[in-house]
Design a protein around this ligand. Sequence first.
Ligand code: PMP
Length: 377
Amino acid sequence: MSRPWNFSAGPAALPEVVLQEISSEMLDWHGKGISVMEMSHRSDEFYEICNEAEYNLRELLSISEDYSVLFMQGGGIGQNAILPMNLIAGKNNSNKADFIITGYWSNLSYKEAKRYGDIHIAASNNAYSKIDNKEQKPWTWIPDERNWNLRKDASYLHICSNETIDGVEFSKIPNLSNFGLLDTTLVMDASSNFLSVSLEMNKLGAVFATAQKNAGSAGVTIVIVRKDLIGKALPICPSVFDYLNVSVNHSCYNTPPTFSIYVSGLIFKWIKKSGGIKFMEINNKVKSSLIYDYIDSTSFYENYVCKSVRSRMNIPFFLKNHSLNKIFLEKAKLEGLIQLKGHKSVGGIRASLYNAMQLEGVQALVTYMKDFERLYG
Ligand code: PMP
């Protein structure tokens, strides 16, 4: 059976070798006669799976012992509430947090956080802006750090490293010490570019990522949080979501999403075997450049995102003649190029090129785009 090239934004394509491994271990994991789904989360076997996953993740991202690695439930949207409940009291019980809005997901995080404290927008891209002499539409650029209006007493600053819907990605993680804010914590929703680039953990207090894009299957959310920030959760925080509780119980305070943790563990091993994060980073740059370079070479397609912050993971684009979008998608499907439909809030086309998307798949998409242009251009 030949599998199509799957450009889904998430749940997204998984490496075929990992799917085969899961399939071969489905009925009998490592000679134990049972599947991972049927194992107690308190068993030695699951303990081994969970520990190995954490070990490999720490190695991939150079995460020191100053940080806890947590496997949680609730998804990225759950963390929009869980993270403020845990960290907003951090600086002298200020219950203040600042946000940089760069698209749909950081905006959603901001709205949710407002339920837990005094939340302030330090900068937003929800406006037109002139960058390099070009008028940029709202949601297509990242506000210049020099214009961020940060509060000294905020416990943390929230950013989303990659906006999955808008296709805007920070090219580097901001350094809060440049603002003279040594004790403000930077927190980051890295859901859609986690493990695609190296992480400068020393600049970060907490990172979260829902797994179903680049780190496994839906059900588990990975949280990396500096240990000294843990233990100050608001009294309303459910104990199952209290980072301290999750941390001291090695992600097994309640029954964790065992199968999803197992899948994430296999993905971490696959990344290590494939050449690590550095290899992914280079490969992702090559893959995304293939599409951007082609879009930039023609007037048939367009991508509105400011060039310096274009996402390497999620590429939203349009056919200049919008009435052709539908037929583009229909014909793509027949060519084995699937799940290319843009998010409903943006429309058009979106190609997601997570780690599991091979260069060959991207080449097939670009060839299809060229052929389509020849026919309809
Ligand atoms: N943050 C980002 C950047 C996302 O892309 C998503 C999911 N698309 C989420 C958060 C929400 O994740 P979940 O659906 O797992 O709650």
